[in-house]
Write a protein that binds this ligand. Structure first.
Ligand code: G3P
Ligand code: MG
Length: 242
């Protein structure tokens, strides 16, 4: 696997979260249709170790199921409706597995930022499983994925499985010791909330050689402001073609 990748400026957040049910195959197709060349999505693990694309720790908000992912088996999750919560036209859209998602990305020629979003207590185990899946099944026709997480424990564990993984450190707010953390997890990129960035912060991070990716930017004017300030890429619920 290559150790660098070309990150596009526009990345579809959870696919095209603003226009389709988040983190589903139809959402990734929508992002592609809108002109995105990369999508971001969140990965966690069921009780019995199946890697699925899901943001929340429980099923309640985005599916017709109930309960936590960590206490649910794949057999209890796989037939749930993960589309109706968004709009009835998406009824019966399913929660995808990571494996299914790789196949679709390959078919669509869509790159990805894979966010490791472990259920609490599964930080290491989920990261190891995701890194192995990438190592064994990441489509050869795609550029290497960028692998990010808010969990530094997950990032360290993933990197141990495959030292070539390209790591992004995700922060809600920039900790004073961000540089030390970035070095510890061997991050190549810094991902941060656009609402807290300012020119000084951007200069500080880019001065150290890290590209900055900001989430979640749904306004094209704001996106341009961020690019002008030196931000490399934005995550958006409404991706567009550049
Ligand atoms: O990876 C960027 C963004 O997705 C992080 O926040 O909560 O949407 O996963 P969240
Ligand atoms: Mg995410």
């Amino acid at each position: 696997m290559l150790t660098s990748t070309k990150i596009p400026r526009i990345i579809g957040h959870r696919g095209a979260k603003g226009l389709a049910p988040e983190n589903t195959l139809v959402s990734f197709r929508k992002a592609k249709e809108l002109g995105a060349t990369w999508v971001e999505f969140d990965v966690k693990e069921t009780e019995d170790g199946v890697l699925i694309i899901m943001h929340d720790d429980d099923l309640d908000r985005t599916t017709n199921g109930k309960g936590t992912i960590i206490n649910s088996k794949w057999s209890e999750i796989k037939n749930l409706d993960a589309g109706s919560y968004f709009n009835s036209t998406f009824t019966n859209e399913k929660i995808p597995t990571l494996e299914e998602t790789f196949l679709l990305l390959s078919e669509l020629n869509l790159g990805a930022n894979i966010e490791i979003k472990p259920c609490p207590t599964r930080e290491k185990r989920t990261a190891i499983a995701i890194a192995n899946e990438i190592k064994n099944k990441w489509p050869k026709n795609l550029p290497p994925p960028l692998v990010s997480s808010f969990s530094m424990e997950s990032l360290v564990a993933a990197k141990k499985v495959d030292p070539n993984l390209i790591i992004g450190a995700l922060f809600e707010t920039l900790p004073h010791d961000w540089k030390k953390i970035a070095l510890e997890v061997q991050a190549k990129t810094i991902h941060i909330d656009h609402e807290i960035v300012n020119k000084e912060m951007i200069n500080e991070i880019t001065h150290e050689g890290y590209p900055i990716l900001t989430y979640t930017v749904n306004d094209q004017k704001r996106a341009n402001e961020l690019f002008d300030m030196g931000v490399t890429a934005i995550f958006t619920d409404f991706p567009w073609k550049e």
